[in-house]
Design a protein around this ligand. Structure first.
Ligand SMILES: [Zn+2]
Length: 174
């Protein structure tokens, strides 16, 4: 009997510890902030995680901020301006909806964007819809990936890459 009550105590303590730990994690998540560049003015904002119900807006221009880790598809004019104004590095994924290797790369790019949220902004450009942006960058084939930092090109790669090679390549350029 004594042993049984001891183990009940242990369970109780275990539960209490677990609850405290979960609460701490909740608070940490609330306090955690991830950097995002505003798609409108390029300003770096600290996006508070854990407040997903609330719309987060840019501190400078009040434009709604994208959730960290999302892949952006911007209107042509905004995309070109963003490539110049973003203070975080930008990875541009030039793709065509009819290209098979582009489709193969989509999940790779999506998961990279999630894993590197706060370090790099990811923008997807449909070259059929935005031929002028493709021409601006001299994109000849798809998929083409271009890494930009403060408006300057840091590197580019064309064709499908493995997830590991892709992540290594982007990180070597930022
Ligand atoms: Zn802004």
């Amino acid at each position: 009997m004594a042993q049984l009550s001891k183990s009940i105590d242990a369970i109780r303590i275990g539960c209490r510890q677990k609850i405290t730990l979960e609460r701490t994690r909740e608070f940490e998540a609330l306090a955690e902030k991830i950097k995002v560049s505003c798609p409108n003015c390029g300003a770096t904002n600290n996006y508070p995680l854990g407040l997903t119900a609330k719309k987060v807006i840019c501190g400078r221009c009040k434009y709604p901020l994208p959730e960290p880790g999302s892949v952006l598809e911007l209107p042509a004019g905004q995309a070109s301006a963003f490539f110049q104004s973003a203070r975080l590095p930008v990875l541009v994924d030039f793709f065509s909806p009819t290209c098979v290797p582009c489709h193969m790369m989509h999940p790779v790019v999506d998961s990279f964007a999630k894993r590197r949220a706060g370090e790099v902004m990811v923008v997807r450009v449909n070259v059929d819809q935005h031929p002028q942006i493709a021409a601006e960058f001299g994109v000849q084939a798809v998929p083409t990936f271009v890494v930009l930092y403060k408006g300057y090109e840091r590197g580019r790669a064309s064709g499908a890459l493995s997830e590991a090679d892709f992540a290594l390549w982007v990180m070597s350029k930022i």
